[in-house]
Design a binder for this molecule. Structure first.
Ligand code: ADP
Length: 406
C-alpha cells in the first residue's frame, strides 16, 4: 500500500514537470490539475480501504455468530442433560435462592402451584427444606439420608466458591430405596439361613450329648434319637443343597442350557423318583398328558422344578390323588400339578415364594422341607420367562401351573 502511494506521487510529479516544461502550461494550472488527480487517488484508496474493512467486519460478525450459535447449542445440551437426569438436582445461590432445578426435583415441591420455586416461600417438602437450610448455612460438603414419601434419598450438597467466597451450592438426591430394600432382604436372608442351619445343628448336638452321657442305656430313646438325628441331618443336607442351588441361580454366570425336550418325560422321571415317598403316605398319581409337543427349556432345571412341585404335593397332602397334566392354551404350553391336600390360604399364597417362608412351620419341618423349594422354582421359571400360577383352597387342595411360551 505504501509503495503504491510513492508510485502515485512520483507519477504525479513527473506528469506535472512534463506539463510545465513540454506543454508550457502555467504552473498554477498544473498544480490545480495535480491536486484534482491526487484527490481522485485518495478517494479511490479510501473506497478500497472501506471495502476491505467491510469484508473484515463481515468475517468477524460471522465468527461471533458462529461462537454464539455453538454456545447456544452447548447451553441447550446442558439444559437437556440436567432436565433429563433421573436424579433430582437443584442449584442455589449463597442465600439459598433457587437458580436452577431439573424435572426430577419437581416431586420435592410442596406447593403444586405453578409459581417460581423459591426458598423464601418454603416451597419444598420439609426434609428437603431442612437439608437446603443446612447446606447453605454450613457452606461445606454435606451428605445425609432423607425420606420423602416413603422413598429414601441420599442427599449430597457440593458448595461452590467464587474468589474464595461461598457463592451457592449444587444439591443432588439419589433414590436409594431399592438398594436399602435389597440390603434388608439380604440381611433377612442371612438371618433366616443361619437360624435354619443352627436349629438342626443344636438339636443334633443336644441328642448326641444325651446319648454320650455316662450310664445312658435306654434302648428305646437311643433308637428314637438316632432316627431324629438322621432326619435332622437330612434336613441340613437339603438346606445346604437348596442354598447352593439358589446361589447358582442368582449368579450372573448361570447359563440356561435350553434344548427341545418332552416335558412329559421329565414329569415321569420325577414321579419315578418320588413314588416311594407317595406310596408311604398312600397317595396315588394320575397323569393326563394332552400334549407332548417339544418345549425349549433347560431339562435339568425343569427336572428340579417338577421334583419340588411334586414333592410339595406329596408333603402337604394326607389323602387323595396327585394329578399331573400337560396341555396347550393359546401360544403357551402348560404343565399342571394338582393335589387334594390341605391347601394354602389366600394371604399365604403371596408369601410362599419368599425364601424360608413356610405356612405351617412345624408341619413343614416334619416334612423335612427347607422353605426354599418354591423360591428355587420361581427363580428357574423367571430365567425361562415362564409364569407360575397358584390356585388353592384350604382343605381342598392346590394347583400349580407352569405357563411356558412356545
Ligand atoms: P418347603 O421346603 O417348606 O416345602 P417350599 O418353598 O417348597 O418350602 O414351600 C413353602 C411353603 O409353601 C411350604 O412350607 C408349605 O407351607 C407351602 N406349600 C407349598 N406347596 C404346597 C402345597 N402343594 N400344598 C400346601 N402347601 C404348600
Amino acid at each position: 500500500m505504501i509503495k503504491e502511494q510513492y508510485r502515485n506521487i512520483i507519477l504525479l510529479s513527473f506528469f506535472g514537470l512534463v506539463c510545465i516544461y513540454m506543454f508550457k502550461l502555467p504552473s498554477f494550472i498544473v498544480i490545480i490539475m495535480m491536486g484534482i488527480v491526487a484527490i481522485y487517488f485518495a478517494i479511490q484508496e479510501e473506497k478500497e480501504r472501506t471495502a476491505l474493512g467491510k469484508a473484515e467486519n463481515m468475517r468477524l460478525h460471522n465468527q461471533i455468530q458462529n461462537v454464539t450459535f455453538q454456545a447456544d447449542i452447548r447451553q441447550e445440551q446442558l439444559a437437556t442433560l440436567i432436565s433429563n437426569l433421573p436424579m433430582p438436582l437443584i442449584l442455589l445461590d449463597n442465600k439459598g435462592e433457587v437458580l436452577l432445578y431439573n424435572d426430577g426435583f419437581a416431586e420435592f415441591r410442596d406447593s403444586k402451584e405453578k409459581r417460581r420455586l423459591t426458598y423464601v416461600n418454603n416451597d419444598f417438602v420439609k426434609p428437603v427444606y431442612r437439608f437446603i437450610f443446612d447446606a447453605t448455612l454450613f457452606e461445606r460438603e454435606i451428605r445425609k439420608t432423607i425420606v420423602v414419601d416413603e422413598k429414601e434419598y441420599e442427599a449430597y450438597s457440593e458448595p461452590l466458591f467464587k474468589n474464595n467466597q461461598f457463592s451457592g451450592c449444587v444439591i443432588v438426591f439419589q433414590d436409594i430405596t431399592k438398594i436399602k430394600k435389597q440390603e434388608a432382604l439380604q440381611k433377612r436372608f442371612l438371618d433366616d439361613a443361619s437360624h435354619e442351619l443352627k436349629t438342626p445343628i443344636s438339636a443334633i448336638k443336644g441328642m448326641v450329648e444325651i446319648l454320650n452321657r455316662e450310664g445312658f442305656n435306654d434302648e428305646e430313646i437311643r433308637k428314637d434319637f438316632l432316627e431324629q438325628i438322621e432326619n435332622e441331618n437330612n434336613r441340613l443336607e437339603r438346606i445346604v443343597s437348596d442354598l447352593l442351588q439358589l446361589s447358582r441361580l442368582s449368579s450372573d454366570q448361570l447359563v440356561m442350557k435350553r434344548e427341545a425336550c418332552d416335558a412329559t418325560k421329565i414329569i415321569d422321571a420325577s414321579i419315578a423318583s418320588l413314588s416311594y415317598k407317595a406310596n408311604k403316605k398312600g397317595l396315588a398319581f394320575h397323569t393326563d398328558y394332552r400334549s407332548n409337543e417339544p418345549i425349549f427349556v433347560d431339562p435339568a432345571q425343569l427336572q428340579i422344578v417338577m421334583n419340588n412341585l411334586i414333592s410339595n404335593a406329596i408333603s402337604y397332602s394326607d389323602t387323595g390323588t396327585i394329578s399331573l397334566s400337560t396341555f396347550h392354551e393359546g401360544d403357551s404350553y402348560v404343565i399342571e400339578v394338582k393335589d387334594e391336600g390341605r391347601g394354602i390360604s389366600q394371604e399365604e399364597q403371596d408369601r410362599i415364594f419368599e425364601r424360608f417362608y413356610r405356612t405351617d412351620t412345624d408341619r413343614s419341618r416334619s416334612s423335612g422341607g427347607s422353605g426354599l423349594g418354591l423360591s428355587i422354582v420361581k427363580s428357574v421359571l423367571d430365567a425361562h420367562q415362564a409364569q407360575l400360577v397358584v390356585k388353592s383352597e384350604i382343605h381342598k387342595g392346590s394347583t400349580f401351573q407352569i405357563w411356558i411360551r412356545n
